[in-house]
Design a binder for this molecule. Structure first.
Ligand code: PGA
Length: 260
């Protein structure tokens, strides 16, 4: 893992956007894995700015979202379909037929999940997967004790996740209990991964992800097995890392480092 600590949320969002730009420069028809939640909002804003100001082109890009709540229609304001359209897709030149988001309203979840995995494979796999992290250490909706080799499937949300996400709903009881989510195994198949985290509330999960043992209790810790993962966090999210000085040292010395 490469740990990149930035001074604040704005800087981490810009750093993350630069990585997307690098991927698109190398491969204009890249397949991007998209995440929802508060954390990637700054990244999406920066990508929209680059689209408008510098003609960053999404016309050949394909996207796959990580997850969706079960039982929310695509036009429900708390659905991840709605989130993605409002915060990103409607502002850039992506082709609607290239957008893939798990269905929260299919009549056959096992068949849909199998199809979603197959569709990712048909599109050549995910080139860059964007991730947030839950305060319980989840990536996508892979809650504690999820199989670290899991594929897309239905999951029951943890109490912690329901509590965390209740802020977006009028009542806690409105938060869906089930979600359809890419698995940890699906995520690990991406060629590149970047995990973003901001704020003190993520500090413990980030420390356990980077420096703890690999455990299904913190599904993000499975990223230690991935060959090309960048963890981009702000000062507050880095506050519980034991090896923080080392990560800063590596990052500062990177421009002079031998090219690998
Ligand atoms: P957040 O959610 O970005 O809204 O904190 C992250 C997550 O649960 O994966």
């Amino acid at each position: 893992m490469e740990v990149i600590i930035q001074k604040d949320y704005e800087q981490l969002s810009k750093t993350a956007a630069n990585i997307v730009v690098e991927v698109l420069n190398a491969k204009p028809n890249a397949v991007l894995g998209m995440a929802t939640g508060s954390t990637p909002l700054g990244l999406y804003q920066e990508l929209v700015r680059l689209f408008k100001a510098e003609q960053l082109d999404f016309s050949h890009v394909t996207t796959f979202n990580l997850d969706e709540y079960v039982g929310l229609a695509p036009n429900h304001p708390q659905s991840y379909h709605y989130f993605m359209h409002e915060h990103f897709f409607k502002h850039v030149n992506i082709s609607p037929e290239n957008i893939n988001i798990p269905s929260g309203s299919t009549s056959n979840y096992p068949a849909f999940c199998a199809w979603y995995e197959q569709r990712i494979a048909e599109c050549g796999g995910i080139d860059l997967q964007i991730l947030g992290i839950g305060s319980d250490g989840h990536i996508a909706f892979n809650e504690p004790t999820s199989s670290l080799s899991s594929s897309t499937r239905l999951k029951t949300l943890s109490k912690q996740t329901i509590d965390d996400n209740a802020r977006f709903f009028e009542n806690r009881k409105d938060v869906p209990i089930y979600a359809i989510t890419m698995g940890v195994g699906t995520i690990l198949e991406a060629r590149k991964i970047m995990l973003l985290a901001s704020g003190k509330g993520k500090a413990k999960a980030i420390a356990r992800t980077i420096e703890g043992p690999i455990t299904s209790m913190i599904t993000a810790s499975a990223l230690q097995l991935h060959r090309d993962t960048k963890v981009i966090i702000d000062d507050a999210a880095a506050s519980e890392l034991e090896m923080r000085d080392y990560y800063d040292f590596i990052y500062a010395a990177k421009p002079q480092a031998p090219q690998t």
